[in-house]
Design a protein around this ligand. Structure first.
Ligand code: COA
Ligand code: AMP
Length: 630
């Protein structure tokens, strides 16, 4: 069947379509039906099934003869390590850690926070939780103590599993002091921590609370897989919203299994035994879906890469890993290729490696700019496929169904809606707009299996953030359009979320941190265009009256404050002091206008502006920071 037929069937007969896909999963009790709509507009899939994610990702492959196949290839240029873990080895490692967790009282439904670098043990920890029905919440290593504390208080984990350190180019990031600080700051306290010690920086342990990953396994029985119900949360993953309080996206177990398994052959064009590599981090949704779960559920080999696209040691790292490990499908964020292109514009490193086994490359996480795609196509001679999705959905909303039908690539568009997603472009009043016109991108409910059924402990916020604006639809938070061929074009966020090097960050969250500085009376953070990272945050500070310290000092302090509170990943390095912020007469800060001034894009003077002269002051301040960039 071609794409159109499959897509139309998924919308006209979702029950039949998804029950068929569900046959690829090994159920303890199969679902009696796919969709449960009794709580609409809150929908659930495969709710009455019993199933275990770890069994489907690991054990069944061992039982089906894949025990000796590589499940994980770990390639770490920053520690000069390469290691292969077979499915059989993965099974025993995961069962052992699951046994440790169970022996210390972790039961199905208990939360476990995972704060680990890109090592195979991060996947082992995730799968060990899944094995016993515990709900993991992985926190990205680039977040600081405070962000970890916020997540500890929201998820209330019984345990935390952490690495002793991560390795960033030029420095070792010790995780343990960050973890200890977070536990001290948080109101909720975990019962115990399991620490994976790395030689680059060994953690000092707190007697009675912290246990060593290796020692804790001694004398402990491996744990079997515990079946859970289809709607059981597989994990919680926090993502940025408009405020500093992140949203805890809940991933439902059964839909996650069915949807991810479907994507591997149909979108990523790989089958069992193929090597698949997503160069991201387990702290992001790409890492959850495509470093850990989907490749393993489908019986592929996944690559865990601990390094950067450039500088570890050079801009040829991607190509070395692809050729050395026989990667068939490669997935990363456009920013990674922009980094490579900047260092190796002629693609000289590419020519040094045999990339004949690589069939295609996938991009997501941010807008794929045409320059980068064209450079990749030209230098690699491989299809470069953009696709659009979000933490909330866990898999592609719009993509090119490469394993079904290779649709013509239109550079700048992630192609078409994937099965189960009835994507529509709506006007402010919620009506579909004609093709070619800009609007809010929404998806008619129900969303397909695997997408978020709610936010952790925050159903009201879930409804308000996603369901209330356009009744009957899920609001994606992105704006864009559909063309006459049904291709989607994703243009911008409709909220205060920015995208920095493929990382989703909240300007509202940064404003909360700036506002906490004693000398700052008012502030605004905007995302300005950046050649490498896509966007960078830039802060405007209005000082409290009577403050006459040097502005550079205050700027330095707020930069340090964001790094300390949110983490280095915020990449907040630009700020300036201004007298006033431009506002509407009703007091709303005109952030979009400031973005236009910073980017040098033409804009219309907002009709409701209170004092247009302030825009000149903003332009002056931006000029001193070098914006618009030439
Ligand atoms: N632990 C601790 N610190 C981290 C970290 C981690 N896991 N990840 C990043 N950081 C730090 C970086 O060291 C950097 O610190 P610095 O300000 O001292 O230099 C800061 O956070 C910003 O990191 P990043 O935005 O990643 O910038 P970079 O300059 O280190 O690298 C790229 C730029 C483009 C090479 C890098 O962002 C990249 O590889 N991106 C791939 C995209 C990706 O993985 N996206 C995820 C979704 S698909
Ligand atoms: P995250 O939840 O971190 O994956 O970020 C999701 C957001 O990143 C989306 O809502 C978009 O704003 C942006 N995004 C992701 N993929 C793409 C893409 N292919 N094109 C444009 N924007 C994208």
């Amino acid at each position: 069947m071609a794409y159109k037929e499959i897509y139309e069937r998924s919308l006209s007969d979702p029950e039949g379509f998804w029950m068929e896909q569900a046959q690829a999963i090994d159920w303890d009790t199969p679902p009696s039906k796919a969709l449960f709509a009794d709580r609409a507009p809150l929908y659930e899939w495969f709710k009455d099934a019993q199933v275990n994610t770890c069994y489907n990702a690991v054990d069944r492959h061992v039982e089906n003869g894949r025990g000796a196949q590589a499940a994980i290839i770990y390639d770490s240029p920053v520690t000069d390590t390469k290691r292969t873990i077979t499915y059989a080895e993965l099974q025993s490692q995961v069962a052992a850690i699951a046994g440790v967790l169970a022996s210390k009282g972790i039961e199905a439904g208990d939360r476990v926070i995972i704060y680990m670098p890109m090592v195979p043990e991060a996947l082992v920890a995730m799968l060990a939780c899944a094995r016993i029905g515990a709900v993991h919440s992985v926190v990205f290593g680039g977040f600081a103590s405070h962000e970890l504390a916020v997540r500890i208080d929201d998820a209330t984990p019984k345990a935390i599993i952490a690495g002793s350190c991560g390795i960033e180019p030029g420095r070792v990031v010790e995780y343990k002091p960050l973890l200890d600080g977070a536990i001290e700051e948080a109101g909720h306290k975990p019962e115990f921590c399991l620490i994976f010690q790395r030689n680059e920086a060994r953690a000092s342990m707190i007697e009675g609370r912290d246990f060593d990953w290796v020692e804790a396994q001694e004398g402990v029985e491996p744990a079997p897989c515990t079946p859970v119900s289809g709607d059981h949360p597989a994990y919680i993953l926090y993502t940025s919203g408009t405020t500093g309080q992140p949203k805890g996206v809940v991933r439902p177990t059964a839909g996650h299994l069915v949807a991810l398994n479907w994507t591997m052959p149909n979108i990523y064009n790989v089958g069992p035994g193929d090597v698949f590599w997503a160069a991201s981090d387990v702290g992001w949704v790409v890492g959850h879906s495509y470093i850990c779960y989907a490749p393993l559920i489908h019986g592929c080999t996944t690559v865990v890469f601990e390094g950067k696209p450039v500088g570890t040691p050079d801009a040829g790292t991607f190509w070395r890993v692809i050729s050395e490990h026989g990667v068939k499908s490669f997935f990363t964020a456009p920013t990674a290729f922009r980094a490579v292109k900047r260092v190796d514009p002629k693609g000289e490193f590419i020519a040094k490696y045999d990339l004949s086994g690589l069939d295609q490359i996938f991009l997501a996480g941010e807008r794929a700019d045409p320059d980068t795609i064209e450079w990749m196509q030209d230098k690699l001679g491989k299809p470069v496929i953009d696709h659009w999705w979000q933490t909330e959905t866990g898999f592609t909303i719009a993509g090119n169904p490469w394993g079904i039908e290779q649709m013509p690539i239109k550079i700048g568009s992630p192609t078409v809606a994937m099965p189960g997603y009835d994507v529509q472009i709506l006007s402010d009043d919620g009506h579909p707009v004609p093709d070619g016109e800009l609007g809010a991108i929404a998806v008619k409910l129900p969303l397909p299996p695997g997408t978020l059924p709610t936010l952790w402990n925050a159903e009201g916020r879930f409804r308000k953030s996603y369901l209330d604006t356009f009744p009957g639809y899920y609001e994606t938070g992105d704006a864009g359009m559909k063309d006459e061929d049904g291709y989607l074009w994703i243009m911008a966020r409709t909220d205060d979320v920015i995208n920095v090097a493929g990382h989703r960050l909240s300007t509202g969250g940064m404003e909360e941190v700036l506002a906490g500085h004693p000398d700052v009376a008012e502030c605004a953070v905007i995302g300005v265009a950046d050649q490498l990272k896509g966007q960078l945050p830039l802060g405007f500070l209005c000082l409290s009256s009577g403050v006459n310290r040097p502005h550079e000092e205050i700027v330095k302090e707020v930069v340090a404050r964001v790094r300390d509170k949110i983490g280095p990943v915020a990449a907040f390095k630009l700020a300036c002091v201004v007298e006033r912020l431009p506002k509407t007469r009703s007091g709303k800060i005109l952030r979009a206008t400031m973005v236009n001034i910073a980017n040098g894009t033409p804009y219309k003077m907002p009709a409701t502006i209170d004092d247009p002269a302030i825009l000149d002051e903003i332009a002056e301040a931006l000029k001193e920071l070098g914006y618009p960039a030439s």
